[in-house]
Design a protein around this ligand. Structure first.
Ligand code: MLT
Length: 407
């Protein structure tokens, strides 16, 4: 008899964004004439930068020619891309990361979800609340939690994000081994200072813990004082793995390219006195389970780091940041408390009512989709997240509709 992994039964029936999508589809079917404006899932709307498109085409042409055709590439990514990433994203900012510490992949969602395979089943895990649901669900699937009781899984150490702490949770009050952090934060848009991040790095060093740092939104940081990588913090090479993505940085949500940085100095322990290289372990996993990102996509990704690609990607991000500023300004003017929307594409809004009620109201009365904060954890109840990923015209129209409904 084929038996299931019963840990799946602990999960909510569907993934948050799949759930939202189902409600939106039902609304559209019932209201076929309504133009829905989607400010829910953080999915980019603007086309790829020109320099990226040109490199993408060229990569495809190379695949069409017997002289330049390529089959399987290195699972970790081509050196031309890994070295460029190391130089442009890290070394240029004083972070000591080399090309062979970069693992190119097809998504930060997959990488942040898969990384937990490297760790023991009984480690103590600290999870911020609210949080990107992938970190929690993948640990549930792996059997590292008990049941969900009142919206929280038994066995996890939740780190509360609240208005009072600016959605930057305090260090855990009990010992933990693995810590998930994401800054600029999804969903709250909060950013972390160097001093605050250093406190986490110091904690991890003192406790032989590991930080999984999701920096998928670092391109939205415009404040020069804020760290863009955890490796800008002294000592982080020993205790942190960082996840990056071109999805939001350069419009790659449909093109797919991300990377994970696993420094060679980053260790985990076997409980019998042995220290093991996480770089070697992730390399083992990656080469076993992944065959690399396609060559044209890696060429397209490399173009993001060319002078034209950098300017064009920055303009893309500026476009979304401008939308975020509009959303924040409008919602504040309507009397709502907002976090984020500066150095971040997400605006986190105290809706002053249940999250799903606010979501339903915006959908039914304004045909605008947001994301209910409760979908990111108990501390998200009462909040909604509005994403800046859309055209300026749609954001302006959405704000007009919200003004009509909310004032
Ligand atoms: C979000 O809306 O939170 C993101 O689009 C999710 C993701 O990047 O997977």
């Amino acid at each position: 008899m084929i038996r299931i992994n019963e840990n799946y039964l602990k999960l909510k029936a569907s993934y948050l964004f799949a759930d939202i999508s189902r409600r939106v589809t039902a609304f559209q079917q019932a209201n076929p004439d309504k133009k829905i404006i989607r400010l829910g899932i953080g999915d980019v709307t603007e086309p790829l930068p020109e320099a990226v498109v040109a490199a993408f085409h060229k990569g495809v042409d190379e695949m069409a020619d017997a002289g330049t055709f390529r089959g399987y590439g290195p699972e970790q990514g081509y050196d031309f891309l890994r070295d460029l990433i190391a130089k442009e994203d890290f070394q240029s900012r004083g972070a000591d990361i080399s090309g062979d510490e970069i693992f190119v992949s097809d998504g930060a969602k997959c990488d942040t979800g898969n990384i937990q395979e490297l760790f023991a089943g009984d480690i103590r895990i600290a999870i911020p609340d609210p949080v990107y649901p992938v970190y929690v669900d993948t640990n549930v699937m792996a059997g590292r939690t008990g049941q969900n009781v009142d919206g929280r899984y038994e066995g996890l150490v939740y780190l509360d994000g609240t208005r009072e702490n600016g959605f930057i949770p305090e260090l855990p009050g009990e010992p933990v081994d693995l810590i998930y952090l994401c800054y600029p934060n999804n969903p709250t848009g909060a950013t972390i200072t160097r001093a605050q991040l250093k406190a986490w790095v110091d904690y991890a060093r003192e406790n032989k813990a590991l930080i999984l740092f999701d920096a998928a939104y670092e391109a939205f940081i415009r404040d020069p004082e804020l760290p863009r990588s955890i490796y800008e913090i002294e000592g982080a090479r020993e205790v942190a793995i960082e996840f990056r993505s071109l999805s939001k940085t350069a419009g790659f949500t449909g093109t797919r390219l991300a990377f994970t940085v696993v420094p060679k100095t980053c260790m985990a322990y076997d409980g019998q006195g042995g220290a093991h290289s996480l770089h070697a372990m992730w390399n083992r996993r990656h080469t076993t389970k992944f065959n690399g990102v396609s060559y044209p996509v890696q060429r397209a990704a490399a173009a993001v780091y060319s002078p034209e690609g950098k300017a064009q990607s920055r303009a893309l991000v500026d476009h979304y940041l401008n939308n975020a500023a509009i959303i924040r300004k409008e919602m504040t003017a309507l009397g709502y408390d907002c976090v984020g929307g500066e150095n971040s594409p997400y605006v986190w809004i105290d809706g002053k009512m249940g999250s799903w009620d606010f979501f339903d109201m915006l959908l039914n009365k304004a045909a605008v989709v947001c994301t209910p904060g409760a979908g990111f954890g108990s501390c998200g109840e009462g909040y909604i997240r509005i994403s800046a990923f859309n055209s300026l015209a749609n954001v302006q129209e959405a704000m007009e509709r919200l003004r009509a409904v909310l004032k």
